[in-house]
Design a protein around this ligand. Structure first.
Ligand SMILES: [Zn+2]
Length: 286
């Protein structure tokens, strides 16, 4: 057998043993691949059954908000296109490339949602640079999503759940993360939080605030070799609609992800970062 110098026993996301089944809860159709695509690729390669459940993947009925129509155009679609359908196909291709299964949730992206007074929830362009959406989390929506995630947990029987830390405070990310935290607690499954990329690149020192009863544990950096990194970047390329917004000659998304990782990792290498979660009443984690 060929010698592998990549330290094969450094297993994704776990301190001492490999998860047999991994369930990733992604807020939007691209977040998991952008943030932990390398971890997903490595886990799948090592024989872990990986499923990525994307919460805000539902198709909205027209008419759409002016912002949604504007975003559709930015993504290279017609204003009245079924953009989530288009994006679900991108996601299936990306996750297929990583060797992961997918589930698409029924919930609507915030650009398609209305507030109780009937006005569009979001009326201006949001993106990684926006950092002001931490207020206004709808507890009823969190509760609904929690139930769907619990069903996904029942179906996939994961030994580990991962979701975003919601670095940057995007409303949908906070909502999905809180729902995942509550669902994993109800089902007594361990959970870790990933560093939201590319949001973390634009972060202006904002701290991650978890709901009451949960605390952010210690961070762990998961280095990967060139092969896995390349596979992640190939999967990222399967989201052309989102790359129209996140990438381009000026932005060089993957180069910036690489640069950020090398700058912030202990060994100046490529990889991804996750945190453990400390739950009130849990024994102290090592
Ligand atoms: Zn997102």
């Amino acid at each position: 057998m060929e010698q592998n110098n990549e330290v094969p026993k450094v297993i994704f996301m776990l301190q001492d043993r490999e998860p047999a089944r991994l369930l990733a809860i992604s807020p939007h159709l691209d977040d998991a691949v952008l943030s932990v695509g390398a971890g997903v690729a490595k886990a799948a390669r090592d024989g872990v059954k990986v499923t990525v459940y994307t919460v805000f993947a539902g198709t909205a009925s027209p008419p759409y908000s002016p912002l949604a129509e504007q975003m559709h155009e930015v993504w290279g679609l017609a204003p009245d296109d079924d953009a989530p359908l288009h994006r679900r196909k991108e996601d299936a291709a990306a996750l297929g490339h990583l060797g992961a299964d997918y589930r698409h949730g029924r919930f609507l992206d915030s650009i398609y949602r209305k507030s109780p007074d009937g006005r569009w929830l979001t009326d201006r362009v949001t993106g990684p640079k926006q950092d002001d959406q931490r207020t206004g989390i709808d507890p009823d929506l969190v509760a609904e999503i929690k139930e769907d995630i619990k069903s996904a947990i029942e179906e996939c029987d994961p030994t580990l759940v991962v979701t975003c830390a919601a670095v940057g405070g995007n409303r949908d990310h906070v909502t999905a993360r809180n729902a995942a935290l509550f669902a994993a607690r109800d089902k007594n499954v361990p959970i870790r939080l990933w560093e939201d990329l590319p949001y973390a690149l634009f972060r202006k020192g904002s701290a991650v605030e978890l709901p009451e009863g949960f605390g952010l544990g210690s961070p762990k950096f998961h280095p990967v070799g060139t092969e896995v990194r390349t596979r992640k970047f190939q999967a990222v390329a399967e989201y052309p609609s989102q790359l129209a917004m996140l990438d381009g000659p000026e932005r060089n998304l993957c180069a910036r992800l690489e640069e950020y990782s090398r700058k912030t990792s202990p060994g100046h290498e490529y990889g991804e970062r996750t945190w453990s979660v400390v739950r009130a009443g849990d024994p102290i984690n090592p």
